[in-house]
Design a protein around this ligand. Sequence first.
Ligand SMILES: [Zn+2]
Length: 269
Amino acid sequence: MRKLFIRISVFILLTILTQIGGVVYLLALALGKMFSWNSRLVIFALFIVAYISASFATTYLAPLFGRHPLPCLVSQTAPLKIANPIFCALNRQYVKKDLLVLLEKASGAVDARFKGTQTLVLDANFPFFDGFPLLPHLSHHDGRKVDLAFYYMDGKAGYLSGYMKSPVGYWGYSQPKKGTKLSCTNVGFLSLRWDFVFLQPYLPEYLIEPQRTSYLLKWLVGEGRKYGMEKVLLESHLKSQLGVSSDLIRFQGCRAARHDDHIHLQIGK
Ligand SMILES: [Zn+2]
């Protein structure tokens, strides 16, 4: 009974984290049973080999179902890059073709204006099935949504290509400047509007690079409309700080995650 409970828990966890991982785990268990390989180590090794193979195969399979992988294996200086290999390892880098084109155009435009700029992509969507959310992003379930990291700088070196405030791009919040204040304080942990106060002192003191970030946002709500841009979610204090305003740049509300650690954008249907 205990063994079954653990196996069901592992299946659920892998499915939530990677979508295909749960099924691959069942496959590894089935193969182990078929060949009477009972060692946990062998099952683990089997799972790893099968998961890597399945993830690789998915990059070819998913486009047949309308989801395209964002570039995982590109040069260190490519204009568009997945921010951290963990997103690719967990199969969280899939988008609809139109969104892939929009991201290529947007990153190309920023790179053309500010040579050597790298646009970093965070969580996108899973490879299969509309309606399957990429937790904790409830809305990333149809290939139309993606999160981008801000461009960062530090006081001495200026723009820092390829750097983020936190290793995974999330939870390194940009606090409001003097004179502006954060929307919706004290809304509770269950609201998904997390602050991770305990984490902030351990993160580097990078600041959002305003020129590139503002240029990207203006491009998205201007030129981006041609490529299906529907909306951008951004914290209100950053809108004024970056001097951007558009009917496509919205505040996400108090029940959703803060959007001053990343940019959320989505295309229309
Ligand atoms: Zn998002």
